[in-house]
Design a binder for this molecule. Structure first.
Ligand code: FA5
Ligand code: MG
Length: 362
């Protein structure tokens, strides 16, 4: 892949190095264990009708990632602030929905697609620039809903919620959850499911009834369909009680040895919680400043030692200059960090922020 030479390329080495890791294909990893459990649910409820894909390349065309699922030309998700571009026509998929159209077109009507997805995003315990999704699509033929007394859309929406609630029940038994109405360009109506975890509502999946245009373009006429995209890390955090999303990338034996193939009932035992260290940084922003860019610079220097980047102060002075203050939390999941190490990191972060983001440190 030609990277550095293409001006559209915004994939840093830290992200590039995650390509091919395929945590979802490791049977002893929490993501792989979860994937297999979801497979089992669909196999037993739909007698093996769902065809499974977990090895489709994460490098996809802009067309597949956005156009084919009706993402408008001016939608923010297309910007290079949100998406990793390999070149002007090629991205690291930002969702597994990138494979919907092609699989429908090749004739599939029931399928699951699992894979690593990539997004420029904020930094905290439930967001990571590389994570895993599982897409599910089910197409109904024209006669499947006539006896229900419902129209096709209502029938599909009901069936969708029922199967996802069934999945949640299989995985978690009883947890507190709620449906939220939302918007996706590719479904209507659209919903998100939230689960109560660590004293907060956490969004674990998006779903909805597939837009007719997608079905018709791909040879499914007189049909309705539902689709969902599960956030596998978020579900695995609830399932195994994993407190921080960075842990999925840990190669520390004390993490990896706690999980094994097929075992769903395990609760992760933290190997003692090391203390966080907070450093604040204030600067005057420029027009081009974005939080995602800041997070990428911080992640580029501190890697997985950064736990959270949070805006704690924001004001504009009389001259119209805007100042932001961010609090960076540093914490290793594996050991105690020394003051020296943190000061060094923070110094490097300040330097990088100043030189790469056109801001003025205060
Ligand atoms: C989507 O990606 C849609 N493609 C889902 C979908 C598929 C909707 C099919 C309708 C039909 P969203 O951007 O909300 O939606 O992401 C889906 C899930 O991925 C979220 O609910 C969340 O669980 C997870 N997720 C999103 N961003 C991150 C992140 N930075 N780190 C970890 N998990 C994330
Ligand atoms: Mg969402």
């Amino acid at each position: 892949m030609e990277r550095e030479n293409d001006p559209a390329n915004n994939v840093p080495d830290a992200i590039f190095s995650k390509l091919g890791m395929q945590l979802h294909r490791r049977d002893n990893h929490p993501i792989g264990i979860l994937k297999n459990a979801i497979y089992e649910y669909f196999d037993s409820n739909y007698s093996g009708k769902f065809v499974k894909f977990d090895d489709l390349s994460p490098i996809v065309s802009v067309k597949a990632n956005f156009d084919d699922v009706l993402v408008p030309a001016d939608h923010v998700s297309r910007s290079n602030n949100d998406t990793y571009y390999v070149d002007a026509q090629t991205v690291l998929r930002c969702h597994t929905s990138a494979h919907q159209a092609e699989l429908l077109k090749t004739g599939h009507s029931h399928f699951l697609v699992t894979g690593d997805v990539y997004r420029r995003d904020s930094i905290d315990s439930t967001h990571y620039p590389v994570f895993h999704q599982m897409e599910g699509v089910r197409v109904f033929c024209s006669d499947e809903w006539v006896d229900s007394g419902l129209d096709g859309t209502s029938y599909a929406a009901m069936d969708l919620k029922k199967s996802l609630e069934g999945l949640a029940k299989k995985l978690f038994g009883d947890v507190e959850m709620r449906w939220i109405d939302t918007y996706f360009p590719f479904t209507n109506p659209s919903f998100e499911l939230e689960i109560y975890f660590q004293e907060k509502w956490m969004e674990v999946l998006g779903c909805g009834v597939t837009e007719q245009e997608i079905l018709e373009r791909n040879g499914k006429i007189h049909s309705v369909a539902w689709a969902f995209g599960l956030g596998l890390e978020r579900l695995a955090m609830v399932l195994f009680d994993i407190p921080d999303i960075r842990l999925f990338w840990s190669t520390d034996q004390r993490f990896t040895s706690q999980f094994s193939e097929g075992k769903l009932g395990i609760k992760f035992k933290p190997f003692s919680k090391y203390p966080p260290c907070y450093k604040d940084m204030s600067f005057w922003i420029s027009d081009s400043f974005t939080e995602n860019n800041l997070c990428e610079v911080v992640r580029g220097i501190a890697g997985d030692l950064v736990e959270e980047v949070r805006l704690i102060d924001n004001f504009t002075n009389k001259k119209g200059m805007t100042s932001h203050c961010y609090r960076i939390a540093y914490r290793s999941m594996e050991r105690s960090l020394t003051d020296e190490e943190i000061n060094q990191l923070q110094g490097d972060v300040r330097e990088a922020v100043q030189s790469k983001l056109k801001v003025i440190l205060r």
